[in-house]
Design a protein around this ligand. Structure first.
Ligand SMILES: Nc1ncnc2c1ncn2[C@@H]1O[C@H](COP(=O)(O)OP(=O)(O)OP(=O)(O)O)[C@@H](O)[C@H]1O
Length: 347
Protein backbone atom coordinates (compact mmCIF):
# COMPACT_ATOMS: atom_id res chain seq x y z
CA UNK A 1 0.00 0.00 0.00
CA UNK A 2 2.84 2.35 0.90
CA UNK A 3 6.31 2.02 -0.49
CA UNK A 4 9.24 4.22 0.41
CA UNK A 5 12.38 3.67 -1.62
CA UNK A 6 15.76 5.20 -0.92
CA UNK A 7 14.34 8.18 0.99
CA UNK A 8 16.82 10.87 1.97
CA UNK A 9 15.88 14.13 3.63
CA UNK A 10 18.44 16.83 4.11
CA UNK A 11 17.54 20.16 5.70
CA UNK A 12 19.53 23.33 5.61
CA UNK A 13 20.37 24.02 9.23
CA UNK A 14 22.11 27.07 10.69
CA UNK A 15 25.30 25.02 11.10
CA UNK A 16 25.12 23.34 7.71
CA UNK A 17 23.09 20.46 6.29
CA UNK A 18 21.08 18.18 8.60
CA UNK A 19 20.66 14.63 7.26
CA UNK A 20 17.33 13.77 8.88
CA UNK A 21 16.64 10.64 6.77
CA UNK A 22 19.44 8.54 5.33
CA UNK A 23 18.20 6.03 2.81
CA UNK A 24 14.91 4.68 4.15
CA UNK A 25 13.26 1.70 2.46
CA UNK A 26 9.90 0.69 3.92
CA UNK A 27 6.83 -1.16 2.78
CA UNK A 28 3.50 -0.97 4.55
CA UNK A 29 0.87 -3.53 3.60
CA UNK A 30 -2.79 -2.70 2.98
CA UNK A 31 -4.84 -2.81 6.18
CA UNK A 32 -1.99 -2.98 8.67
CA UNK A 33 -1.11 -0.70 11.54
CA UNK A 34 2.56 0.11 11.06
CA UNK A 35 4.42 1.81 13.88
CA UNK A 36 7.62 3.85 13.60
CA UNK A 37 9.41 4.45 16.87
CA UNK A 38 12.49 6.43 17.73
CA UNK A 39 13.92 8.89 20.20
CA UNK A 40 13.58 12.62 19.73
CA UNK A 41 15.38 13.77 16.61
CA UNK A 42 15.54 10.30 15.04
CA UNK A 43 13.60 11.58 12.01
CA UNK A 44 10.10 10.24 12.75
CA UNK A 45 8.17 13.40 11.81
CA UNK A 46 10.28 13.84 8.71
CA UNK A 47 9.52 10.25 7.72
CA UNK A 48 5.77 10.30 8.25
CA UNK A 49 5.51 13.60 6.42
CA UNK A 50 7.19 12.20 3.34
CA UNK A 51 4.31 9.73 2.95
CA UNK A 52 1.94 12.54 1.93
CA UNK A 53 4.78 14.75 0.69
CA UNK A 54 4.15 17.38 3.35
CA UNK A 55 7.91 16.96 3.31
CA UNK A 56 9.26 16.37 -0.17
CA UNK A 57 12.27 14.09 0.21
CA UNK A 58 15.57 15.31 -1.15
CA UNK A 59 15.95 11.95 -2.83
CA UNK A 60 13.85 8.80 -3.23
CA UNK A 61 10.48 7.55 -4.32
CA UNK A 62 7.14 7.51 -2.47
CA UNK A 63 4.34 5.30 -3.80
CA UNK A 64 0.91 5.14 -2.15
CA UNK A 65 -1.90 2.90 -3.43
CA UNK A 66 -0.01 2.27 -6.65
CA UNK A 67 0.55 5.95 -7.41
CA UNK A 68 4.04 7.39 -7.33
CA UNK A 69 3.49 10.64 -5.45
CA UNK A 70 7.00 11.91 -6.10
CA UNK A 71 6.20 11.92 -9.84
CA UNK A 72 2.87 13.80 -9.65
CA UNK A 73 2.28 17.45 -10.54
CA UNK A 74 0.65 19.80 -8.01
CA UNK A 75 -2.88 18.95 -9.11
CA UNK A 76 -2.29 15.20 -9.12
CA UNK A 77 -0.74 15.47 -5.69
CA UNK A 78 -3.70 17.43 -4.31
CA UNK A 79 -6.01 14.71 -5.47
CA UNK A 80 -3.79 11.87 -4.19
CA UNK A 81 -3.58 13.53 -0.78
CA UNK A 82 -7.33 13.12 -0.34
CA UNK A 83 -6.62 9.43 0.00
CA UNK A 84 -4.25 10.11 2.91
CA UNK A 85 -5.65 11.46 6.19
CA UNK A 86 -3.43 12.79 8.94
CA UNK A 87 -3.77 13.39 12.68
CA UNK A 88 -1.41 15.58 14.66
CA UNK A 89 -0.03 15.74 18.18
CA UNK A 90 -1.60 19.13 18.86
CA UNK A 91 -4.81 18.37 16.98
CA UNK A 92 -4.56 21.44 14.69
CA UNK A 93 -8.25 22.32 15.04
CA UNK A 94 -9.67 25.70 14.04
CA UNK A 95 -10.76 27.38 17.25
CA UNK A 96 -13.36 29.51 15.45
CA UNK A 97 -15.21 26.46 14.14
CA UNK A 98 -17.39 24.01 16.02
CA UNK A 99 -16.67 20.30 16.20
CA UNK A 100 -19.02 19.83 13.24
CA UNK A 101 -17.38 22.70 11.36
CA UNK A 102 -13.89 21.28 11.85
CA UNK A 103 -14.86 17.86 10.52
CA UNK A 104 -16.78 19.47 7.64
CA UNK A 105 -13.84 21.65 6.53
CA UNK A 106 -12.13 19.20 4.13
CA UNK A 107 -15.50 18.40 2.59
CA UNK A 108 -16.23 22.10 2.02
CA UNK A 109 -12.84 22.41 0.34
CA UNK A 110 -13.76 19.44 -1.85
CA UNK A 111 -16.89 21.37 -2.88
CA UNK A 112 -19.54 19.06 -1.42
CA UNK A 113 -22.98 20.60 -0.85
CA UNK A 114 -24.50 21.14 2.59
CA UNK A 115 -26.70 18.03 2.50
CA UNK A 116 -23.81 15.79 1.43
CA UNK A 117 -21.60 17.25 4.16
CA UNK A 118 -24.27 16.62 6.82
CA UNK A 119 -24.70 13.08 5.59
CA UNK A 120 -20.94 12.45 5.89
CA UNK A 121 -20.14 14.28 9.15
CA UNK A 122 -22.98 12.79 11.25
CA UNK A 123 -21.80 9.16 10.99
CA UNK A 124 -18.18 10.23 11.47
CA UNK A 125 -18.98 11.97 14.74
CA UNK A 126 -20.84 8.87 15.82
CA UNK A 127 -17.89 6.66 14.88
CA UNK A 128 -15.52 8.68 17.07
CA UNK A 129 -18.06 8.98 19.90
CA UNK A 130 -18.78 12.71 19.65
CA UNK A 131 -22.38 12.79 18.42
CA UNK A 132 -23.54 14.93 21.33
CA UNK A 133 -20.79 17.54 20.99
CA UNK A 134 -21.23 18.70 17.38
CA UNK A 135 -21.95 22.29 18.37
CA UNK A 136 -19.14 22.74 20.89
CA UNK A 137 -16.00 24.71 20.12
CA UNK A 138 -12.51 23.24 20.62
CA UNK A 139 -12.03 25.33 23.79
CA UNK A 140 -15.07 23.57 25.28
CA UNK A 141 -13.86 19.98 24.90
CA UNK A 142 -11.09 17.84 26.43
CA UNK A 143 -7.79 16.86 24.78
CA UNK A 144 -9.02 13.36 24.05
CA UNK A 145 -12.19 14.76 22.49
CA UNK A 146 -10.12 17.18 20.40
CA UNK A 147 -8.13 14.27 19.05
CA UNK A 148 -11.40 12.47 18.24
CA UNK A 149 -12.35 15.53 16.19
CA UNK A 150 -8.94 15.38 14.51
CA UNK A 151 -9.50 11.73 13.64
CA UNK A 152 -13.02 12.37 12.28
CA UNK A 153 -11.66 15.23 10.17
CA UNK A 154 -8.87 13.01 8.85
CA UNK A 155 -11.46 10.41 7.83
CA UNK A 156 -13.85 12.88 6.17
CA UNK A 157 -12.42 12.42 2.67
CA UNK A 158 -12.65 8.63 3.05
CA UNK A 159 -8.92 8.05 2.86
CA UNK A 160 -7.29 4.65 2.44
CA UNK A 161 -4.34 5.65 4.58
CA UNK A 162 -4.23 7.38 7.95
CA UNK A 163 -1.00 8.95 9.19
CA UNK A 164 -0.63 9.66 12.88
CA UNK A 165 2.11 12.06 13.97
CA UNK A 166 2.44 11.44 17.74
CA UNK A 167 -1.36 11.62 18.02
CA UNK A 168 -1.41 10.58 21.67
CA UNK A 169 1.73 12.31 22.97
CA UNK A 170 -0.19 15.20 24.50
CA UNK A 171 -2.70 12.93 26.24
CA UNK A 172 -2.74 11.19 29.62
CA UNK A 173 -2.28 7.38 29.71
CA UNK A 174 -5.97 6.54 29.99
CA UNK A 175 -7.01 8.87 27.17
CA UNK A 176 -4.08 7.52 25.14
CA UNK A 177 -5.44 3.99 25.52
CA UNK A 178 -8.92 5.11 24.45
CA UNK A 179 -7.62 6.96 21.36
CA UNK A 180 -5.42 4.02 20.37
CA UNK A 181 -8.38 1.68 20.75
CA UNK A 182 -10.33 3.99 18.46
CA UNK A 183 -7.54 3.94 15.86
CA UNK A 184 -7.49 0.17 16.01
CA UNK A 185 -11.28 0.01 15.64
CA UNK A 186 -11.12 2.30 12.60
CA UNK A 187 -8.32 0.19 11.14
CA UNK A 188 -10.50 -2.92 11.46
CA UNK A 189 -13.87 -1.50 10.49
CA UNK A 190 -12.75 0.69 7.60
CA UNK A 191 -9.82 -1.54 6.55
CA UNK A 192 -7.69 1.56 6.75
CA UNK A 193 -3.91 1.35 6.55
CA UNK A 194 -2.43 3.24 9.51
CA UNK A 195 1.11 4.54 9.91
CA UNK A 196 1.81 5.96 13.32
CA UNK A 197 4.94 7.47 14.72
CA UNK A 198 5.65 7.59 18.41
CA UNK A 199 8.47 7.70 20.93
CA UNK A 200 6.61 5.32 23.26
CA UNK A 201 6.83 1.54 23.06
CA UNK A 202 3.52 1.43 24.98
CA UNK A 203 1.83 2.85 21.90
CA UNK A 204 3.50 0.33 19.60
CA UNK A 205 2.61 -2.45 22.02
CA UNK A 206 -1.06 -1.60 22.00
CA UNK A 207 -1.75 -1.08 18.31
CA UNK A 208 1.01 -1.83 15.83
CA UNK A 209 1.09 -5.07 13.85
CA UNK A 210 4.60 -4.27 12.68
CA UNK A 211 7.18 -1.80 13.85
CA UNK A 212 10.27 -0.08 12.48
CA UNK A 213 12.87 1.40 14.82
CA UNK A 214 14.45 4.60 13.62
CA UNK A 215 17.80 5.93 14.79
CA UNK A 216 19.64 8.91 13.32
CA UNK A 217 17.59 8.78 10.13
CA UNK A 218 17.99 5.05 9.51
CA UNK A 219 15.77 2.04 10.12
CA UNK A 220 17.89 -0.10 12.46
CA UNK A 221 15.35 -2.86 13.01
CA UNK A 222 11.88 -3.82 11.82
CA UNK A 223 9.49 -6.72 12.08
CA UNK A 224 6.31 -8.10 13.62
CA UNK A 225 5.69 -6.31 16.90
CA UNK A 226 5.66 -9.44 19.04
CA UNK A 227 8.83 -10.69 17.38
CA UNK A 228 10.65 -7.39 17.94
CA UNK A 229 9.45 -7.25 21.55
CA UNK A 230 10.54 -10.76 22.35
CA UNK A 231 13.83 -10.78 20.44
CA UNK A 232 15.08 -7.22 20.04
CA UNK A 233 18.25 -7.28 17.99
CA UNK A 234 19.45 -3.68 18.05
CA UNK A 235 20.64 -1.79 21.14
CA UNK A 236 18.25 1.09 20.35
CA UNK A 237 15.30 -1.30 20.31
CA UNK A 238 16.40 -2.76 23.63
CA UNK A 239 16.77 0.67 25.10
CA UNK A 240 13.26 1.68 23.94
CA UNK A 241 11.86 -1.59 25.29
CA UNK A 242 13.30 -0.82 28.71
CA UNK A 243 10.34 1.54 29.16
CA UNK A 244 7.99 -1.42 28.86
CA UNK A 245 9.99 -4.34 30.20
CA UNK A 246 13.02 -3.17 32.18
CA UNK A 247 16.09 -5.34 31.59
CA UNK A 248 17.72 -4.43 34.85
CA UNK A 249 16.35 -5.62 38.15
CA UNK A 250 15.63 -2.83 40.65
CA UNK A 251 18.53 -2.37 43.11
CA UNK A 252 16.53 -3.44 46.16
CA UNK A 253 15.52 -6.68 44.43
CA UNK A 254 19.13 -7.43 43.51
CA UNK A 255 20.16 -6.85 47.10
CA UNK A 256 17.55 -9.30 48.34
CA UNK A 257 18.61 -11.84 45.74
CA UNK A 258 22.25 -11.55 46.75
CA UNK A 259 21.27 -12.55 50.26
CA UNK A 260 19.30 -15.47 48.89
CA UNK A 261 22.24 -16.52 46.72
CA UNK A 262 24.60 -16.69 49.69
CA UNK A 263 26.04 -20.21 50.01
CA UNK A 264 23.82 -22.42 52.16
CA UNK A 265 26.28 -25.27 52.59
CA UNK A 266 24.26 -27.68 50.43
CA UNK A 267 25.45 -29.49 47.30
CA UNK A 268 23.37 -27.81 44.65
CA UNK A 269 23.83 -24.55 42.85
CA UNK A 270 21.62 -21.54 42.46
CA UNK A 271 21.04 -19.31 39.47
CA UNK A 272 19.18 -16.09 39.07
CA UNK A 273 17.52 -16.37 35.68
CA UNK A 274 15.72 -13.76 33.66
CA UNK A 275 13.10 -15.33 31.45
CA UNK A 276 11.48 -13.42 28.61
CA UNK A 277 8.52 -15.10 27.01
CA UNK A 278 6.16 -14.04 24.28
CA UNK A 279 3.11 -15.30 22.49
CA UNK A 280 1.84 -18.80 23.07
CA UNK A 281 4.81 -19.67 25.35
CA UNK A 282 2.97 -17.82 28.07
CA UNK A 283 0.24 -20.45 28.04
CA UNK A 284 2.59 -23.39 28.73
CA UNK A 285 3.23 -24.63 32.26
CA UNK A 286 6.97 -24.08 31.90
CA UNK A 287 7.64 -23.22 35.52
CA UNK A 288 5.97 -26.40 36.77
CA UNK A 289 8.09 -28.30 34.21
CA UNK A 290 11.19 -26.96 35.94
CA UNK A 291 9.98 -28.20 39.27
CA UNK A 292 8.62 -31.56 38.15
CA UNK A 293 11.09 -32.59 35.48
CA UNK A 294 14.28 -31.07 36.80
CA UNK A 295 13.60 -31.10 40.51
CA UNK A 296 14.42 -27.41 40.92
CA UNK A 297 13.26 -25.14 43.72
CA UNK A 298 11.98 -21.89 42.29
CA UNK A 299 11.58 -18.53 43.84
CA UNK A 300 10.07 -15.77 41.70
CA UNK A 301 11.83 -12.57 42.74
CA UNK A 302 10.53 -10.12 40.20
CA UNK A 303 8.29 -10.08 37.19
CA UNK A 304 6.05 -8.31 34.80
CA UNK A 305 3.46 -9.81 32.54
CA UNK A 306 1.81 -7.79 29.87
CA UNK A 307 0.11 -8.22 26.54
CA UNK A 308 1.27 -7.40 23.03
CA UNK A 309 -1.48 -7.63 20.45
CA UNK A 310 -3.56 -9.66 22.90
CA UNK A 311 -0.79 -12.24 23.43
CA UNK A 312 1.06 -12.75 26.70
CA UNK A 313 4.43 -11.07 26.89
CA UNK A 314 6.61 -10.55 29.89
CA UNK A 315 9.69 -11.22 31.89
CA UNK A 316 10.30 -13.05 35.15
CA UNK A 317 13.35 -13.11 37.36
CA UNK A 318 13.50 -16.50 38.98
CA UNK A 319 15.94 -17.82 41.53
CA UNK A 320 16.40 -21.49 40.71
CA UNK A 321 18.13 -23.94 43.05
CA UNK A 322 19.08 -27.48 42.24
CA UNK A 323 21.79 -29.81 41.03
CA UNK A 324 24.14 -28.09 38.56
CA UNK A 325 23.41 -30.52 35.72
CA UNK A 326 19.67 -30.14 36.27
CA UNK A 327 19.93 -26.36 36.24
CA UNK A 328 21.70 -26.46 32.89
CA UNK A 329 19.21 -28.98 31.50
CA UNK A 330 16.33 -26.79 32.64
CA UNK A 331 17.83 -23.75 30.89
CA UNK A 332 18.11 -25.82 27.71
CA UNK A 333 14.49 -26.90 28.09
CA UNK A 334 13.28 -23.31 28.41
CA UNK A 335 15.32 -22.18 25.40
CA UNK A 336 13.97 -25.05 23.31
CA UNK A 337 10.47 -23.85 24.22
CA UNK A 338 11.27 -20.41 22.79
CA UNK A 339 11.84 -18.63 26.10
CA UNK A 340 14.82 -16.30 26.21
CA UNK A 341 16.95 -17.13 29.21
CA UNK A 342 19.64 -14.93 30.65
CA UNK A 343 21.66 -16.02 33.64
CA UNK A 344 22.00 -12.87 35.75
CA UNK A 345 23.85 -14.35 38.71
CA UNK A 346 25.10 -17.70 39.85
CA UNK A 347 26.22 -19.29 43.10
N1 LIG B 1 12.72 22.14 8.85
C1 LIG B 1 13.86 21.73 9.38
N2 LIG B 1 15.01 22.39 9.18
C2 LIG B 1 16.18 21.97 9.70
N3 LIG B 1 16.31 20.86 10.43
C3 LIG B 1 15.20 20.14 10.68
C4 LIG B 1 13.93 20.54 10.17
N4 LIG B 1 13.01 19.61 10.59
C5 LIG B 1 13.68 18.70 11.31
N5 LIG B 1 15.00 19.00 11.37
C6 LIG B 1 16.06 18.20 12.03
O1 LIG B 1 16.01 16.89 11.49
C7 LIG B 1 16.19 15.91 12.49
C8 LIG B 1 14.99 14.98 12.55
O2 LIG B 1 13.87 15.72 12.98
P1 LIG B 1 12.41 15.09 13.12
O3 LIG B 1 11.50 16.15 13.62
O4 LIG B 1 12.06 14.40 11.87
O5 LIG B 1 12.67 14.00 14.26
P2 LIG B 1 11.64 13.32 15.26
O6 LIG B 1 12.13 11.93 15.46
O7 LIG B 1 10.26 13.51 14.78
O8 LIG B 1 11.88 14.15 16.58
P3 LIG B 1 10.82 14.66 17.67
O9 LIG B 1 10.25 13.41 18.31
O10 LIG B 1 11.68 15.46 18.63
O11 LIG B 1 9.82 15.48 16.95
C9 LIG B 1 16.45 16.68 13.77
O12 LIG B 1 17.85 16.79 13.94
C10 LIG B 1 15.83 18.04 13.52
O13 LIG B 1 16.47 19.01 14.26
Amino acid sequence: MIELEGIHQTYRGPQGPVHALRGIDLQVARGEVFGVIGRSGAGKSSLVRTINLLNRPTQGRVTVAGRELTALDARGLREARRGIGMVFQHFNLLSSRTVFGNVALPLELEGLDVAAIRARVGPLLELVGLSGLADRYPAQISGGQKQRVGIARALASRPQVLLSDEATSALDPETTRAILALLRQINRELQLTVVLITHQMQVIKQVAHRVAVLEAGEVVEQGETLQVFSRPAHPMTRSLLDDVVPRELPAHVLERVRALLAPTGGHGGASLLRLVFAGADGDRPLLSDLVRRFGLDLNIVHGQIDEVQGLPFGSLAVLARGAQAQLQAAIGHLRAAGVQVQEIAHA
